[in-house]
Write a protein that binds this ligand. Structure first.
Ligand code: MEV
Length: 406
């Protein structure tokens, strides 16, 4: 299909009709100029649709913004293999974020910790008074925790304000609250507050997904065993875990970006969560069930929102949110988890069978052919030839183009 035909197919499959056109529109320069500073242009990234996703019983088309070949195909492939086991099933903790208030210069840190906790109700009320709209929608401060941390420059008392952010990513809401609380925390403790800022280790905003991949659909029990072997290394070896999690983030970042959310916040949260036990480990687990099928699970913090930020400004993000049929930011976070699991499963399956280079190289060859100036059909002919020869270089592509045009 051409991109226009695909857009039409998405309009029909999603039932959105012409409304889906928004997703094919570009950000305008005047819009960009209001988003960040010193704008001089736009940087465009391909937007594709991953298919086959069945999540909590709902068929969902996944918009993915990525520059990396094979990612969208792999996500779709993984989702196809999950369908036989009923697709992805998700759950979450709900959208609670943390703000940290760092208190320094106290003589009795444990005493200061207790003093802060004795003022919990007052501090939480003060936080909620800063955001009546969030409270109206059922969110707001839900807790206060205090840690005493020994650092290189002495003990510190760190208060964590826990805030249910509902459909907001929450950085603005919790940062405003933390700043508002700081003078009172100083008065209560007699210390000096420096940092007042969100924590991106959003361990109270976890999203989870689970899928059963039937062994027959994967290519047999040997493939199941290979995936379990590969995943086991990522659990205990940070060198492998980094690559394993990078593959997960290939899918997650693409979806988070397509919805106009903060990719760095989600990435920071994911990697910090992966290291929470003191050893950087993988975000997924794979096991064999009693039937010999593969069971994959993922759990990670996913701080995404549907209000604020680029989500309500960028036309593609607005279209992406519509396409996903979201009712809440929590819905989005669980879809994000499912996409991460699918992406990871597809990579592990390829790695434990034929390797990823064959599929990857065909796409890479198309890129190279286009780069030397091949057009339309020429791209496919040159790419197929280079892939068959296993020689995918700019020189060879240029040579083949010259032959075609001779
Ligand atoms: C490439 O972008 C991602 C992979 O390396 C992930 C993995 O090794 O699991 C294929």
């Amino acid at each position: 299909m051409t991109p226009a035909e695909r857009l039409q197919a998405v309009a029909e499959a999603s039932g959105l009709g012409p409304e889906v056109d928004q997703i094919g529109q570009a950000l305008r320069l005047d819009q960009a100029d209001k988003m960040v500073e010193n704008v001089i242009g736009l940087f465009q990234v391909p937007l594709g649709i991953a298919t086959n996703f069945l999540i909590d019983g709902r068929d969902i088309l996944i918009p993915m913004a990525t520059e990396e070949p094979s990612v969208i195909a792999a996500a779709s492939n993984g989702a196809r293999m999950a369908r036989g086991g009923g697709g992805f099933v998700t759950s979450s903790t709900g959208p609670v974020m943390r703000a940290q208030i760092q208190v320094t210069g106290v003589f009795d840190p444990y005493g200061a910790k207790h003093l802060i906790l004795e003022h919990k109700d007052e501090l939480m009320k003060m936080a909620n008074d800063k955001d009546p709209l969030l409270v109206k929608y059922g969110g707001g401060a839900v807790g206060l925790e205090v840690q005493v941390i020994d650092s290189r420059v002495g003990p510190m008392v760190v208060a964590h304000l826990l805030v249910d952010c509902r459909d907001a990513m929450g950085a603005n809401a919790v940062n405003t609250m933390a700043e508002a609380l700081a003078p009172t925390v100083e008065r209560i403790t007699g210390g000096r507050v420096y940092l007042r800022i969100i924590s991106n280790l959003a361990d109270r905003r976890l999203a989870r997904a689970r899928a059963v991949f039937p062994k027959e659909d994967l290519g047999g029990e040997e493939v199941v065993d290979g995936i379990i072997q590969a995943a086991a290394l990522a659990e205990v070896d940070p060198y492998r875990a980094a690559t394993h999690n990078k593959g997960i983030m290939n899918g997650i970042t693409a979806l988070v970006l397509a919805t106009g959310n903060d990719t760095r916040a989600v990435e920071a949260g994911a990697h910090a969560y992966a290291a929470r036990a003191g050893l950087y480990s993988s975000l997924t687990r794979y096991e064999k069930n009693s039937n010999g099928d593969l069971v994959g699970t993922i759990e990670l913090p996913v701080a995404v929102g549907l209000v604020g930020g680029a989500t309500r400004v960028h036309p593609v993000a607005i279209g992406a949110v519509k396409l996903l049929g979201l009712k809440s930011a929590d819905d989005l976070s669980r879809i994000v988890a499912a996409v991460g699991l699918s992406q990871n499963f597809a990579a592990l399956r390829a790695l434990s069978t034929e390797g990823i280079q064959r599929g990857h190289m065909t796409l890479h060859a198309k890129n190279i052919a286009a780069q030397v100036g091949a057009k339309g059909e020429q791209i496919d002919i040159i790419a197929a030839k280079m892939a068959a020869e296993k020689k995918i270089t700019m020189d060879r592509a240029a040579e083949l183009l010259r032959e075609l045009e001779a």
